[in-house]
Design a protein around this ligand. Structure first.
Ligand SMILES: [Zn+2]
Length: 64
């Protein structure tokens, strides 16, 4: 890996887009977008119109 590639990467907006996908800024605070699984308390992953738990397979349909 070259230094140039590293520089270009750090120039990008945001520190970790993957992580921040799970957050929403509300009144200057970062709020977790995703709910936690009621069964195993793991973070639910949002997929299109539903949220899914990778831990136990719990799925919840989101209302539009
Ligand atoms: Zn679960």
């Amino acid at each position: 890996m070259t230094t140039i590639a590293k520089k270009a990467k750090s120039k990008g907006r945001g520190k970790s887009p993957k992580l921040w996908k799970n957050y929403e800024i509300k009144d200057g605070k970062a709020v977790l977008k995703n709910k936690k699984c009621p069964k195993c308390k793991k973070m639910l992953a949002a997929m299109n119109n539903r949220i899914y738990c990778g831990g136990c397979g719990y799925t919840e349909i989101k209302k539009a």
